[in-house]
Ligand binder design. Structure first.
Ligand code: ADP
Ligand code: MG
Length: 685
């Protein structure tokens, strides 16, 4: 008996469409074939359990085999098989309408089409010229049949001889898909998609080395683990089991910090194991390690949109039949089940961290450096996670001590509250580079945090908003007395004239550095402090750093770095520079200064007179007068500056002090460094 028929689809020719649109993902055909075989085997087991199948079960396994000569790939099982009626029902009648419309809409998402319309089996036509199904049902007296189709809607069906119960799917691989006749390619795909399927999948025989070459043994090469760890009861497992499983999943990774075994069956079904990896410094490298399964069938390792972004830094597996995997991602993100699952996982992760922190603080502290980036990322991106994490997120100070946020606040409250009642958190980003500044702060009785993580800049900005009345400042953001201002009392400072001259002396000798600018100021910092200190404004530095995280802020990244060069007027060396300068230049400067004062007074008077008038009442003569006076002032200033510059140029102390300050901040390089070294040698000679 032989029969011909037409496959029941509404579109004349669905296969070319499948081939064309699903091309990008066509390797999934193997997953579809093997998972069908696994399903058929499991169905038989279920029937046996229910007593509906009383025959000989034998060994249930799925065999994948290649015949390079015949150009076929065969998937065989010993499952329930199909009767002729069943073939007609399950294979022939792909009953749906508007196929082309649908394919058009979802052409970029093969998974969507295949799963949605039960096209699983038909995905075989993506890689085959012809597909044969040779099948014999488990039912008593069932006759074996062969169904054959070349990709047109026409098929052939005939009775055949088949000894065993079950199904062979024979794919006649087309010429443009030859890669699927390659043993290594098939091994790779089986490893990717079938590694944890629930029935043994055999691909050839195990091999061994014999007489210098690799030969087949008699033993089946089973490629999967039918009982992966996440399907087992947590109480039956030891730490070592979890570590071994991790190693099997990620052979190249360091041992995980800890893990969570997920196991829910209400209100959705989900199992899995999530591992906390040791995250070093680059979060981008760590992504996409979570594997998503649906009943032990691998679906994807692209989990964005399914779990919150920060959780994609975790490793492990999630297995859920309740995640609608066969739909587009945008649909997935709005799916109620997916949202519930995502909230559930976030909660579990927070619970686990809170528990670890509570149970063994020491151990948790030891793991903190590797956990920090992950937790920071969660705090920044997920409000509900922040609310949990604020109790177990840690601060680490420059001495390596750890504190919770609450503990730290208590620690610094007394010493580091400024005159306005604001709590000032001090931090460093590099212990060596900022050594002097850290030391200065510590000498004052302040504590300094270590904030050298990839996400610390946004974390600092976020905490300033979240925590009440506080601000963060890097230790070198200002001189220590001004980092935390305790009282309004203004210290005695140098007279304005002297201070101006001193500033000019130093300003004139500052090197021109690329993308850096300096403001010079004079401050009485006490004799015991450094003569010259360079500080960098917290605000500008942070804005520049934040611009890396927020696209809209790129304006800031173009700005030069701005530094303050603070001259300590109490320091003997600074005093000496000023005294020497006065001694040397007094005579030359005297007439200039008196001329300058006269002109300045004149300008002030002119301005005052003009301020009383309306703009249109001011005559051209009066305007010229202002302009000329201004010009005269500028001329005198230039003259004065030239004299000061001249003095500064030959002053070794000025150069040495500037260079020392630059050196301390890693800004003395190249020729400037060489000049400094030579000058230093000269000075001690
Ligand atoms: P799905 O697996 O989602 O049901 P498929 O297109 O993959 O859709 O398969 C369609 C149907 O064909 C299956 O539901 C099953 O009844 C039948 N089938 C496919 N492969 C086999 C097999 N190896 N053994 C028995 N039945 C099979
Ligand atoms: Mg299927």
């Amino acid at each position: 008996m032989s029969q011909k028929g037409k496959i029941g689809v509404t579109t004349e020719n669905i296969f070319p469409v499948i081939k064309k649109f699903l091309y990008s993902d066509h390797e999934i055909f193997l997953r579809e074939m093997v998972s069908n075989a696994v399903d058929a085997s499991q169905k038989l087991k279920t029937l046996a359990v229910q007593g509906d199948f009383k025959g000989e079960m034998g060994e249930l396994k799925v065999c994948v085999s290649l015949d390079e000569k015949a150009k076929t790939l065969t998937i065989s099982d010993r499952g329930i098989g199909m009767t002729e009626e069943e073939i007609d029902k399950y294979i022939n009648q792909i009953a749906f309408s508007g196929v082309t419309d649908f394919l058009e809409k979802y052409k970029d998402n093969a998974n969507a089409i295949i799963g949605h319309f039960g096209l699983g089996f038909y995905s075989s036509f993506m890689v085959s010229d012809r597909v044969d199904i040779i099948t014999k049902s488990y039912k008593e007296g069932a006759k074996a049949v062969k169904w054959s189709c070349d990709g047109s809607p026409e098929f052939e069906l005939e009775e055949v001889e088949k000894a065993d119960r079950g199904t062979d799917i024979v794919l006649h691989i087309s010429d443009d898909c030859k890669e699927f006749l390659d043993k290594y390619k098939i091994t790779e795909l089986l490893n990717k998609y079938c590694k944890f399927m629930a029935v043994p999948v055999v691909f050839g025989k195990k091999t061994e080395w014999k007489d210098g070459k690799q030969v087949d043994t008699k033993e089946d090469n089973i490629i999967n683990n039918v009982e992966p760890l996440w399907t087992k009861t947590p109480s039956s497992l030891k730490d070592e089991d979890y570590k071994n499983f991790y190693r099997a999943l990620y052979p190249m990774q360091d041992e995980p910090l800890f893990w969570i075994h997920l196991n829910v069956d209400y209100p959705f079904n989900l199992t899995g194991i999530l591992y906390f990896p040791r995250i070093q410094n680059n979060i981008e490298l760590q992504r996409n390690k979570i594997q998503l399964y649906c009943n032990q069938v691998f679906v994807t390792d692209q989990v964005e949109g399914i779990v919150p972004d920060f959780l994609t830094l975790l490793h492990g597996v999630i297995d859920s039949p309740d995640i609608p995997l066969n739909v587009s991602r945008s649909y997935l993100q709005s799916d109620a089940n997916v949202k519930k699952i995502s909230t559930y996982i976030t909660k579990k992760v927070a619970d686990r961290l809170a528990q670890t922190f509570k149970d063994d603080r020491k151990d948790y502290e030891q793991k903190w450096d590797n956990l920090k980036l992950f937790i920071n990322y969660g705090m920044l991106s997920q409000e509900d996670f922040y609310d949990r994490a604020k109790d177990f997120a840690l601060f680490k100070d420059v001495e390596g001590k750890y504190f919770t946020m609450e503990e730290y606040k208590t620690l610094i409250k007394d010493e580091q509250t400024d005159k306005d009642g604001k709590l000032v958190y001090l931090y460093a980003t590099d212990k060596d580079e900022q050594y002097t500044y850290i030391k200065a702060a510590q000498d004052k009785g302040y504590n300094v945090l270590m904030m050298d993580g990839q996400l610390d800049t946004p974390i600092v900005s976020m905490l300033e908003q979240k925590l009440e009345k506080c601000s963060f400042a890097r230790v070198d953001a200002d001189i220590v007395d001004r980092l935390i201002v305790k009282d309004d009392a203004k210290k005695e400072t140098l007279e304005k004239d002297k201070s101006d001259n001193l500033s000019q002396v130093f300003r004139s000798q500052l090197p021109k550095l690329d993308k850096k600018e300096f403001y010079v100021e004079v401050e009485a910092l006490g004799e015991q402090n450094q003569p010259v200190i360079i500080t960098q404004s917290e605000y500008m530095r942070r804005m520049k750093q934040m611009s890396q995280f927020q696209p809209g802020m790129s304006f800031y990244s173009q700005m030069p770095d701005s530094y303050n060069l603070v001259l300590n007027s109490n320091h003997p060396l600074i005093k000496k520079v000023l005294d020497d300068e006065e001694a040397k230049n007094a005579d030359a400067l005297k007439p200039i200064i008196s001329e300058l004062k006269g002109q300045e007074a004149r300008l002030a008077a002119l301005h005052q007179a003009q301020n009383k008038k309306k703009p249109e009442e001011i005559t051209q003569e009066e305007k010229d007068d202002v302009a000329n006076t201004q010009k005269a002032i500028d001329e005198q200033r230039n003259k004065k500056n030239e004299i000061l510059n001249d003095y500064a140029k030959g002053n070794k102390i000025v150069h040495q002090l500037i260079d020392l300050a630059l050196l301390q901040n890693g800004m003395l390089k190249g020729k400037a460094l060489d000049d400094f070294l030579k000058r230093s040698v000269d000075l001690i000679k």
